[in-house]
Ligand binder design. Structure first.
Ligand SMILES: C[S@@+](CC[C@H](N)C(=O)[O-])C[C@H]1O[C@@H](n2cnc3c(N)ncnc32)[C@H](O)[C@@H]1O
Length: 221
């Protein structure tokens, strides 16, 4: 099992198979119904969404920071997966490529690590998406909990003047331990605020089943 350990000791475990699922998750499916390429998959991991898009005949490019993830995605048949940091302000990895749709799945709004980082990510993505192009975003609605340890974590953040959803976590798998990384789970209203200030209009953001929300943002440039 893969363990995700938060810095307060809370752990989530799941099988690595979720990163290899052949079909989109239920909370992603409706977003992808009319997806238009070319698509940029941000933090494409093992190529879960890229392979599905490929089967549908939709042109797509993946970007991932992890050489291991890029290798796995390429081995699985993903045609265009690039190794790089999507936050790179010089945009080396995307060059002048422009996309009709950007997909931010697997809680990947968190990549920026903080509220400010999420705003920078959304700015970066707005520059890579054609006028009137869209961003499809899913996330975890972290406020939907009554678990005392989650509520205590949120309270500590709020007391520091930070959003509830800023966390530090690391991955552990079969004896290997990753670095601690900052991750940010924006709440739906925070995502809306961030999107507007980063040059997007909010078409919709709403519950998507279970603890998840799904959103469609439209490039306002
Ligand atoms: C939680 S996994 C999600 C993978 C995939 N989107 C999915 O839903 O199956 C997050 C992925 O984002 C990648 N990642 C994290 N920070 C990144 C960055 N700054 N630029 C590009 N990829 C990044 C990680 O290497 C990892 O493969």
């Amino acid at each position: 099992m893969l363990t995700i350990r938060r810095d307060d000791g809370h752990i989530d475990t799941h099988g690595p198979g979720i990163y290899f699922a052949p079909d989109p998750f239920a909370h992603e499916a409706s977003l992808l119904q009319d997806v238009e390429g070319p698509v940029l998959d941000v933090g494409s991991g093992a190529g879960r969404t890229l392979l599905w898009l490929d089967r549908k005949g939709v042109e797509a490019v993946g970007v991932d920071l992890s050489p291991g993830a890029v290798n796995v995605a390429q081995d699985r048949g993903c045609r265009d997966v690039r190794l790089g940091d999507v936050m790179d302000p010089k945009g080396k990895i995307l060059g002048d490529d422009m996309f009709q749709t950007v997909v931010v799945f697997g809680n990947n709004m968190g990549i920026g690590g903080t509220y400010e980082g999420a705003e920078a990510l959304l700015h970066r993505l707005a520059c890579a998406v054609m006028p009137s192009g869209q961003a499809l975003v899913t996330g975890l609605d972290i406020a939907q909990t009554n678990q005392p340890h989650h509520l205590a974590y949120h309270r500590r953040n709020l007391d520091k003047g930070r959003p509830r959803g800023e966390i530090k976590m690391r991955f552990e798998y079969q004896g290997a331990t990753g670095e601690w990384v900052r991750w940010f789970h924006p709440e739906p209203d925070e995502l809306a605020r961030l999107a507007r200030s980063a040059g997007w209009t909010v078409e919709r953001i709403g519950p998507a089943g279970g603890p998840f929300y799904a959103g469609v943002l439209r490039n306002a440039r």
